[in-house]
Design a protein. Structure first.
Length: 741
């Protein structure tokens, strides 16, 4: 009975994570069959926990929206983790609160710890040296990441009580052994824990990474620490002498004294370098990976020359390309954008298991030695290593899968790798394949995403075993959502991914075609400038891309933009007010939103406004915006007959009064006014109820999430972008690629 009760409580904990949890996944996590999961759910319902059953392919169970959970309950390990993070954050200067606030939180958490656990924490704090967690060091969370708390506490107790300890240790090359050490001290440095002390086998003082230690056992006996022993200095000296995969040599402008404050001890050695152009310093450092070295050196803000290795030069070039792309400059040294074809000609080049292995290890040279095409540093970067590791394991289990899974977006004309694309695997029993693609930031906004998607859809169409194509996209990734909709994908549900959070699931029939976007143009012929006298535009996600604004608000509130967008997607997918996302994240919303800037306007916005005015229409902008938005839009180049913000009017959408004010501003009969917006609930439905004509612009998170209820609403126009509306109004859309590629 006790075991069954524990599983019921574990089920409740899993459901608290949010989203719809599939029954099969719950059964696996609990170690029971699906029938037992349903019985446990029934027990939760009897306990008045509102568990909902969601039907469909992506169905399962979830906690009903709005349900408030009981007071916070923590396991011993969770409480210990929170305490350790608070204490390390306070000592390292990484928490944006005063010491009194931290001490109060620490005191409350200590009271819930068992006496034994609290004593072990005291042992760690008394024996560990946290001095190297300065303001520039990684966060407290990173300092504990990858380390088994039990191992850390055993070592801390042994160091405090001066007991020898036997450990299992795995070296960098994978060699495992048992050793006996006298732990002189425990040190936290740059995101890792180290223990340093005398090793009995060699008779020398050695330093060991705690995340490579397993099964520590305290032994009888005692020892004395040398009086002049400095644990932190020993760890720094050991790290500086550690052999790494790459030996880096760089000449940097400036004296050794100038650079000493920028290149901390343990990272690099320095010496003067002869030069006729002023003082230069030769810097030597060791690195297991090179992906961080280029941005670190660039951050010095000094002229420099890379002497070696050759792979580092490739990383520096890739970084330079990304920075130039971010500034809007052309990064191609072969062909200008004007000389390129309108759409890149690409093919998906599939890779072998040996390439996957090398990329998973971050070894670009080894990957290129066996790759069918040349790869750049982008492919060996840390962001994709977990992906390559999964593909490597997949290839080992099923060698035939390499013909399907992630490959290279290869530009046939430019002979360059523009990104990665492929399927998650061969078709399943239902004939469904899932696709994925990502474009190297250095080559974005050139049409590669569109070209890769078309190549994948062509492959799916030509494979007899494939019947449906699926793609999952985060709600905040509006560019990818827009692209999927243009090629006929429709939203069929949502899912919660452990790594990526909330995702919208899109599907399309494999035989739907891939030669051009699949959004039909026929409905637009039913509405033209002859039947209209005015057109009024919403603001957010209609004229204005709100990505920057949401990102700034997230950072102001102390959360990541990805976390905020995932929370917003979770809230609005349930039909709730998007402002509840702040409550879901447990943070206060910023006092104000950033002002709209000219760079926030979608590329098709101003041309559409000009086309509407050229067609002789009254043109206006009216949306739920704060005071001051009118002036900001005008300053951004929005030249229309009127601009109105809800805060100025004193009434907001979806109120009928808002749309009456819209009609009054145009001085045109309601049925001759077209209102353009991205939301069905706030724009299309209330505008239609007020007698206006409506255009639903299917871009932005609301539009994509609300597609599942789109059949209930019949707008006069459905648009994938404003260029389509420009065509309706009688003026051709501007040439060029859509933003976001």
């Amino acid at each position: 009975m006790a075991r069954s009760t524990a599983r019921v409580l574990t089920l409740l904990e899993l459901l608290q994570a949010g989203g719809v949890q599939p029954v099969a996944a719950l059964a696996t996590r609990l170690g029971v069959d699906e029938r037992t999961v349903r019985r446990y759910v029934a027990q939760l319902v009897e306990m008045e926990v509102p568990v909902e059953s969601i039907r469909g392919r992506h169905g399962g169970y979830r906690i009903a929206p709005g349900y408030r959970m009981p007071p916070l309950m923590l396991t011993d390990d969770e409480a210990l983790t929170l305490l350790l993070g608070l204490i390390i954050g306070r000592r390292g200067g990484g928490l944006p609160v005063d010491d009194d606030t931290v001490e109060g939180a620490v005191g409350k958490l200590r009271r819930v710890l068992p006496r034994r656990t609290a004593a072990r924490l005291d042992a760690l704090l008394s024996s560990a040296d946290l001095a190297l967690l300065g303001p520039s060091a990684p966060s407290a969370t990173e300092a504990a990441g990858g380390t088994d708390p039990e191992v850390l506490l055993v070592l801390a107790e042994a160091a405090r009580d001066r007991h020898p300890v036997q450990i299992g240790y795995v070296r960098t090359d994978g060699t495992a052994s048992r050793r006996t050490i006298l732990p002189y001290g425990v040190v936290a440095r740059s995101g890792r824990w180290y223990v340093t002390g005398h090793e009995s086998r060699t008779g020398e003082v050695r330093t060991f990474r705690v995340d490579r230690i397993s099964d520590p056992v305290a032994l009888p006996g005692s020892f004395h620490v040398p009086g002049d022993f400095d644990a932190s200095a020993t760890v720094l000296a050991s790290l500086a002498a550690t052999p790494w995969r790459h030996e880096v040599s760089v000449r940097v402008a400036g004296t050794v004294e100038d650079l000493r404050t920028q290149l901390p001890a343990g990272l690099a050695t320095q010496g003067p370098a002869s030069s006729d152009a002023g003082p230069w310093t030769r810097v030597h450092l060791r690195a297991e990976r090179l992906d961080w070295v280029a941005p670190y050196l660039a951050g010095l803000g000094r002229d420099l020359v890379v002497e070696g290795p050759a792979e580092l030069r490739e990383h520096v070039r890739a970084l330079a390309d990304r920075l130039r792309a971010a500034s809007g400059d052309d990064v191609s040294d072969e062909t200008s954008p004007e000389d390129r074809p309108e759409r890149p000609r690409v093919r998906i080049v599939h890779l072998t298991g040996a390439v996957f292995d090398a990329l998973a290890a971050g070894d670009l040279a080894r990957a290129n030695a066996c790759s069918p095409v040349r790869l750049t540093a982008y492919f060996a970067g840390p962001d994709w290593r977990s992906t390559w590791a999964r593909r490597s394991e997949q290839a080992r289990r099923d060698p035939a899968s390499t013909a399907w899974v992630t490959g290279v977006i290869w530009d046939e004309d430019q002979s360059l790798p523009a990104g990665r694309a492929g399927f998650h695997g061969p078709p399943d029993a239902d004939g469904t394949v899932e696709i994925g693609y990502a474009v190297d930031p250095a080559h974005r906004r050139r049409g590669y995403a569109r070209a890769a998607l078309e190549a994948l859809l062509r492959r799916a169409r030509d494979e007899p075993a494939v019947h449906r194509v699926r793609v999952t996209i985060a709600p905040g990734n509006t560019a990818s959502c827009d692209l999927a909709v243009q090629y006929g994908f429709t939203a069929v549900g949502e899912q919660w991914d452990d790594e990526d959070g909330l995702e919208i699931v899109y599907e399309v029939a494999a035989d739907a075609g891939a030669s051009r976007p699949a959004v039909p143009d026929a409905p637009m012929a039913e509405l033209g400038p002859g039947s209209l006298r005015a057109v009024v535009f919403d603001v957010g996600e209609t004229l204005v891309d709100e990505s920057r604004a949401w990102g700034e608000q997230a950072r102001t509130a102390g959360v990541t933009p990805f976390s905020l967008m995932a929370a917003i997607g979770s809230v609005i997918s349930r039909g709730r007010d998007h402002r509840e996302a702040w409550t879901l994240l447990g943070v206060a919303p910023p006092a104000s939103a950033p002002d709209i800037e000219s760079g926030d306007l979608y590329p098709d916005a101003l041309e559409c406004l000009r086309s509407a005015r050229a067609a002789g229409l009254v043109v206006g902008v009216a949306g739920n915006q704060p005071r001051g938005a009118e002036a900001a839009l005008r300053a951004a180049g929005v030249d229309v007959d009127f601009v109105a913000a809800s805060a100025t009017w004193g009434v907001a959408k979806p109120s009928p009064e808002f749309f009456r004010r819209v009609v009054d501003e145009t001085q045109v009969d309601a049925h001759r006014v077209l209102y353009v917006g991205d939301r069905l609930d706030n724009d299309v439905r209330p505008a239609a109820a007020a007698g206006l004509r409506t255009a639903w612009l299917r871009r932005g998170p609301w539009a994509h999430l609300q597609q599942r209820t789109a059949d209930e609403t019949r707008p006069d126009l459905e648009l994938r972008d404003l260029a389509q509306l420009t065509a309706v109004l009688g003026r051709p859309a501007p040439s060029g690629e859509r933003a976001g590629d």
